[in-house]
Unconditional design. Structure first.
Length: 224
């Protein structure tokens, strides 16, 4: 069953490359990302985990804890890390974040991550490429599902985290193709008077054929 945005993410305890991991304890009061992979020693997964290793500092700067998951054993994960770190995608970085083991698919079922189109040699379904972003209250803030053949853009994962963290504390929304520091949209729930009080830098209202004044643009309120 798919997880619903805004609900508390399921807790679990599992083995990982950094030892036994309790998911809620690991999150603590931080933002967190859980990203799943179909299997160890597969090409796209290897590039993805290497890419995350190379930008792990970017997650840390944002106060985000990262964990990966695959339907293989920890023993396999540890051996696989050698390959991950040897790829150009890792950019000579090391895998310091945990890779969670889920050989019985218990977590995959709990989080609705199984891909019926992708199966292992025993005919068991593998996990899809899921991304779950969790806020400090352990609520699901964002989820994205990718097929096994499509590698993820982790620059996009960082971008949406920037948006989620901004909009969690400011009365703004982020427009299409927004990146950190660019102009934002005033949320519709604020009146013009409330927006003037809320945003000292002001806002501009775009004219549209409907004559409705709902496109209100304001600078990123967190910019100095």
């Amino acid at each position: 069953m798919a997880l619903v945005l805004g609900t508390t993410v399921p807790d679990f305890t599992a083995d990982s490359t950094t030892g036994s991991l309790n998911w809620h304890s690991y999150i603590d009061n931080s933002w967190a990302v859980l990203f799943s992979h179909p299997a160890d020693f597969t090409p796209v997964c290897t590039t993805e985990l290497g890419a995350v290793a190379s930008i792990h500092d970017e997650f840390t700067k944002r106060g985000v804890k990262v964990a990966a998951l695959s339907c293989d054993t920890t023993e396999h994960h540890i051996e696989w890390i050698k390959d991950i770190e040897a790829t150009s995608y890792a950019e000579k970085s090391t895998v310091t974040y945990p890779i969670i083991s889920d050989p019985n698919r218990e977590i995959a079922v709990l989080y609705g991550m199984l891909d019926p189109a992708e199966k292992d040699k025993q005919g068991l379904p593998l996990t899809c490429r899921a991304v779950f972003v969790v806020n400090p209250q352990k609520k699901l803030a964002l989820s994205i599902l990718y097929p096994a053949t499509t590698g993820r853009s982790f620059a996009e994962v960082l971008r949406v985290i920037d948006s989620l963290q901004l909009t969690a504390t400011q009365s703004v929304a982020t427009p299409a193709n927004w990146t950190k520091g660019k102009t934002c949209m005033v949320v519709p729930t604020l009146s013009d008077n409330e927006a003037r009080e809320r945003f000292p830098k002001g806002f501009e209202t775009s004219e549209v054929p409907s004559g409705k004044s709902y496109l209100r643009i304001t600078p990123d309120p967190t910019n100095d």
